[in-house]
Design a binder for this molecule. Structure first.
Ligand code: ADP
Ligand code: MG
Length: 335
């Protein structure tokens, strides 16, 4: 449906998009996830033909966005980061104007506008000037403009920014409704949002695609053994001796001995769950277990790791170390 090939965008000397390559299939909801400045808006502006690329190519349903802009753009509805609203128009006037720009035939315009007004729930404010609308309503009007004519692909740049929690829920519900018969791409720097509404996530950082997969797969590390961490008062030698006799363990790693507590990790053999056996082994030897837990990688871990180091990193290592960066926040206090 959408093919992005070797996309590069430079603003002067600044490399905003650094060789992006991906294909998006029809009928899915894609999330561009990345911190502020990652290049999400730039990518969307190029995909929609608002901005030229320095290098590379964008194909929309097989049509080159530069060489066949009409055929390509006809398939796209776009809500840019700053919705292109005319403040002196009423909602109705604006949407009728947008329908005209989209070349919806005169006789069908009224019906098309009615339909989107109902969908985004702006019926009550259709005769109000856009400048007198709240941020939430303006966003809905922008969204109405994007879905007008129901193009196959709907691209929404940070559609929930600046909205209150109730409005956010409404917009997300609407996105899920649209997803039933459209390809939707939305960008966000909020992980929870992308996880909730998207089938597939593209993590962008520093203009690079650092990961792309389903939310479930991003959290899963196929083929990697699971790691269980324990903390005990027993000294390292005793810990090793005790764990040696537990079936299903591949490797024992003593991490540290501090303040009378040994922290160790065991790698389980594939498909094994050794937690109960470890508990029994320690209890049988009258040894304390202060902690016994499986280390998992959350989507937060993956996101933080990928967007901080800016390269595809060894997730297995991350998992084994059980790193957590709690309390990290971006500029907006999100995440
Ligand atoms: P995002 O949408 O992920 O926050 P953007 O695509 O807006 O990121 O920006 C990517 C990078 O390009 C940032 O470093 C930003 O400062 C820079 N940038 C964006 N637009 C311009 C512009 N018109 N001129 C110069 N630099 C820009
Ligand atoms: Mg942006």
């Amino acid at each position: 449906m959408i093919e992005v090939r070797n996309l590069v965008k430079k603003y002067g000397n600044h490399l905003a998009i650094d060789h992006l390559d991906f294909k998006l299939e029809a009928g899915r909801v894609y999330g561009f996830l990345g911190p502020n400045g990652a290049g999400k808006s730039t990518t969307m502006n190029i995909i929609t033909g608002y901005l030229g690329a320095t290098e590379g190519q964008v194909l929309i349903g097989g049509h080159d966005i530069l060489k066949e802009p009409e055929a390509a753009k006809r398939q796209i509805g776009y809500l840019p980061e700053q919705p292109p609203l005319y403040m002196e128009m009423t909602v109705r006037e604006y949407l009728e104007f947008a329908a005209e720009l989209k070349k919806i035939p005169g006789k069908d315009r009224e019906k098309a506008v009615d339909e989107v007004e109902k969908l985004v729930k702006v019926r009550g404010v259709e005769d109000r000037l856009i400048k007198n609308l709240s941020k939430g309503y303006r966003q809905r009007v922008g969204l109405a403009q994007a879905v007008l004519g129901f193009p196959d692909i709907i691209i929404l740049d940070e559609p929930t920014v600046g909205l209150d929690p109730k409005q956010i829920v409404e917009i997300r519900t609407l996105i899920r409704r649209l997803a039933k018969n459209h390809t939707v791409i939305l960008s966000s720097h909020i992980l929870a949002e992308v996880r909730e509404v998207c089938d597939y996530i593209l993590i962008i950082s520093g203009g690079k695609l650092v990961a792309s997969d389903t939310p479930e797969n991003l959290e899963k590390l196929p083929g990697e053994p699971d790691t269980v961490e324990i903390e005990t008062e027993a000294p390292p030698a005793v810990v090793e001796e005790t764990l040696k006799n537990v079936p299903g363990i591949e490797r024992i790693i003593i991490k540290e001995r501090k303040d009378g507590v040994t922290r160790a990790q065991v790698r389980e053999k594939k498909g094994e769950d050794v937690r109960a056996r470890i508990f029994t082994a320690f209890a049988g030897n009258k040894l304390t277990l202060l902690t016994l837990r499986r280390l998992t990688v959350s989507l937060e871990d993956v996101f933080m790791e990928l967007t901080q180091k800016n390269t595809v990193t060894d997730l297995a290592e991350l998992k084994a170390d059980g790193k957590r960066r709690e309390g990290d926040e971006d500029d907006d206090g999100n995440l």
